[in-house]
Design a protein around this ligand. Structure first.
Ligand code: GLN
Ligand code: ZN
Length: 779
């Protein structure tokens, strides 16, 4: 029996395969173990499975061309012929070797820890950066002023036909031309990529023509920049683009997809575009429903993105039905569509694989496949009435009620502590100057003290020991003994080369967030819930499901062990609350700021225990603070306020004598410098080596008062920096900051580097600091 349903859509489905098939095929192909045809076969099989799966679960608007071997932005760059000359493409079909060279750099090049090739020999990869405010990274297209665009690839058409041959009529997805250009980088930076729009549009027109000729009736064109602050020029570009594209192929209807936020002040511009349909994100921005429904013409399709494509919680179907029903009624079934808020790329594939999850928690979650079920329930419920889907809706309501009432979610002790937070807990006892004097008395350090950011190389022995321990093949005692040995040799070696402030090396940590999440209450970990981070690199973000607390010390044992081996100070090493939050799936039942505050209290406990154990210096990394910035500028201050508050909450419970360090691995501080200063860390280490210390201008112009370690060693490169290069960088730093403010350290942790690189680089770094201290003697 078939049911009536509204059109039900996903905007994209995870590409990686339930069992990470794509990763293994890619890595097999890259290492020469499997042939290109094997890789392509695996890819085709994954597409076929995804289409059939969506069809069988009741999706009626099934996407194609959402699949990518590496990244959909890279696919778009290749498709329009935006292939920089260095990759050696001479026209015609683009070989996989060129595609992967753009993604990963070519032979002879080294991969940095982030997997992104930099500065090696051979050809470097394109730059990589975050896709809006997600943890997915895309390859940044490069365009030149005289860029020629041509349609090099029929991938959207090919995949449409591939699905049709399987009996599935799809709606191809393409990245829109305006977002594409907005994300692209001008090389050289003498023009704006958007100036190339007129040249790019014919390629899109040709593509749409070919899709229509192949039998497509709709195409989904993604313009996520509509959730950003746009200039008049950018809005105008959208108008120009869609005037042309909508007319180009009258038989092909365009669904313009926006996501990751409200349309806000772009609503009128979006609604005025002459497209056949508009998709809006109602998970991130439920409040925009009425305004959008009022603005979008009655003869257009409004795609209601009600199921959250960014998070893993089971949806409140009853509530969504209540909210959407009036809109559906007013517009009529032909003018609406029910959809996920954005591509399901950002969530894991199948909850059914998680056999070890807490049984209650499992009933509160929905991964991509479960979300398909939710979507079809909504489609049917809105077409046939709620009674038709009563059972599914009631089950969702019951799960949500159980979650809200569960003692696993709410911890009265955490609530009481949160209620007891007062201003005194968010501020050091004394100002920086007074603290500095006390710290100088407590810890004797030379001018330009040398240190590192925390981790030392995670060698294959370290990784092997960890995985053997996880599998039970290495006993706990043997594993601990192994870690002690690694830590001890790291300490000995740091003493030997003369570093001033030592680290224990982080050999016991798998990942800077996971390591803490696994020890905190309120966090859950999955076995198979992989999400693509970039290319073949997938992550399993922890799930924060309940009030967070720290049952027992997490790092004190390793700090204590390391400190017992040396007279020199060893830094305690922690990950900060904002970073833990930003790299996890977060609760949707309390604000992010509230979850962050709880994590901050847990870290505060750890800071207190480290101090009690004798640590004089404690570093709290906030690698992800900047990337958590909201997409809209007017939301920045609110975010920065609670992010800074959380950092202060975790870090200010110590005595004035205890030195708090923080670390951030990026190089843009101009627009957030006052928030950085408000964190009031005694010392901040930052990434600066590649920017030639220019970013220190932000600190100088602001008269940043506390101490700073501007990175002098680019840890993304295997290259060993010369002493002179580092003294040059430090000389530049001295022009911008006072000598007494400066520390000497690498850009970031060294876990992705090899000891052969790290050893000489740090020896040189220590020597560079010595030369600075005694310039005359060293000349
Ligand atoms: N302490 C961490 C390390 O050294 C910091 C890493 C980071 O900020 N990304 O690995
Ligand atoms: Zn870093």
């Amino acid at each position: 029996m078939s049911h009536r349903t509204l059109p039900v859509a996903t905007l994209g489905f995870p590409r990686i395969g339930r069992h990470r098939e794509l990763k293994f095929a890619l890595e097999g192909y890259w290492s020469g173990k499997i042939a290109e045809s094997d890789l392509l076969e695996t890819a085709a099989r994954l597409r076929a499975e995804n289409w059939a799966l969506q069809r069988d679960r009741g999706i009626t608007k099934i996407p194609s061309n959402d699949f990518s071997l590496y990244d959909h932005v890279l696919d778009t760059a290749v498709m329009v012929g935006a292939i920089p000359a260095v990759y050696g493409w001479k026209g015609g079909a683009v070989p996989l070797s060129v595609y992967f060279a753009m993604a990963r750099g070519s032979e002879g090049d080294s991969n940095a820890g982030c997997g992104h090739a930099h500065h090696g020999h051979g050809v470097p990869a394109l730059e990589m950066t975050k896709w809006f405010d997600t943890n997915y990274h895309y390859m940044v297209p490069e365009v030149s002023e005289d860029q020629a665009f041509t349609l090099t690839s029929q991938k959207p058409v090919d995949h449409f036909l591939e699905a049709r041959a399987l009996g599935i009529h799809t709606r191809p997805v393409v990245l829109g031309p305006v977002t594409f250009l907005k994300l692209a980088k001008a090389r050289p930076s003498t023009f704006k990529p958007l100036d190339l729009l007129e040249k790019l549009l014919p390629v899109y027109e040709e593509l749409l023509g070919r899709l229509a000729a192949a039998g497509a009736d709709w195409v989904q064109v993604d313009e996520p920049i509509l959730a950003l602050d746009l200039t008049e020029g950018e809005r105008h570009a959208l108008a120009v683009a869609y005037d042309r594209l909508a007319k180009a192929v009258p038989s092909l209807k365009i669904l313009l997809a926006t996501y990751f936020g409200a349309l806000g002040d772009n609503l009128a511009a979006a609604a005025a575009l002459p497209v056949a349909g508009l998709h809006v994100d109602l998970a991130r921005a439920p409040e925009q429903l009425d305004a959008v429904a009022g603005a979008v013409r009655a003869d257009r399709v409004l795609s209601l993105g009600a199921i959250d494509g960014r998070n893993i919680w089971r949806a409140d179907l009853a509530d969504i039905l209540d909210r959407l029903a009036p809109v559906v009624k007013a517009r009529g079934a032909d003018a609406v569509e029910i959809a996920a808020s954005c591509s399901l790329l950002h969530v894991p594939i199948d909850l059914e694989l998680e056999t070890a999850l807490d049984a209650d928690l499992a009933t509160w979650l929905a991964f991509a496949i479960q979300k398909l079920g939710e979507l079809s329930t909504l489609g049917r419920g809105l077409a046939e009435g709620r009674d038709a889907v009563r059972e599914a809706v009631d089950a969702a309501s019951a799960a949500i009620a159980a979650r809200a009432a569960s003692p696993k979610v709410t911890d009265p002790r955490v609530q009481a502590r949160i209620a007891g937070i007062d201003a005194g807990m968010k501020s050091r006892k004394s100002g920086f100057e007074a603290r500095r004097r006390l710290q100088e008395g407590a810890i004797r350090l030379p001018l330009f003290p040398t240190t590192t950011i925390g981790s030392f190389p995670q060698t294959s022995e370290v990784r092997k020991a960890r995985s053997a321990h996880a599998k039970g093949a290495l006993s706990h005692g043997d594993y601990e003994a192994f870690l002690e040995k690694e830590t001890e040799s790291a300490i000995r070696w740091q003493e030997e080369i003369g570093l001033d402030v030592l680290v224990h090396g982080e050999f016991e940590r798998n990942d800077m967030v996971q390591y803490f999440g696994e020890q905190l209450a309120g966090f859950a970990f999955t076995q198979h819930a992989w999400v693509q981070s970039y290319g073949s690199r997938y992550v399993r973000p922890p799930i924060i499901f309940g009030d967070v607390s720290r049952p027992k010390p997490m790092t004190v044992r390793w700090w204590q062990y390391a400190q017992s081996l040396t007279e020199r100070p060893v830094k305690g090493m922690l990950t900060g609350p904002v970073t833990i939050l930003n790299w996890s799936f977060v609760r949707d039942d309390i604000p992010r700021s509230a979850a962050c505050r709880q994590i901050a209290l847990a870290i505060r406990d750890e800071v207190a225990d480290l101090e009690k154990a004798g640590a004089k210096m404690i570093q709290i990394d906030e690698a992800a603070l900047r990337e958590g910035l909201p997409l809209r500028h007017r939301d920045w201050q609110h975010y920065l306020d609670w992010a800074v508050e959380s950092f202060r909450l975790c870090s200010t419970g110590v005595a004035d004598e205890t030195q708090i360090h923080t670390h951030m691995c990026y190089s843009e501080f101009n627009d957030i410098i006052s928030a950085i200063a408000a964190m009031d860390a005694d010392v901040i280490s930052i990434e600066t080596s590649r920017s030639k210390m220019e970013l220190l201008d932000a600190f100088r112009n602001f008269s940043y008062p506390n101490e700073i370690g501007p990175g002098v060693y680019d840890i993304h490169s295997p290259r060993v920096p010369e002493i002179g290069e580092m003294t040059d960088l430090l000389t530049l730093a001295r022009k911008r900051l006072q000598d007494r403010q400066l520390w000497v350290n690498p850009d970031c942790g060294l876990k992705t580097r090899k000891w052969e690189e790290v050893r000489p680089a740090l020896v040189n770094m220590v020597e560079a600091a010595r030369r600075l201290r005694a310039p005359a003697a060293a000349q």
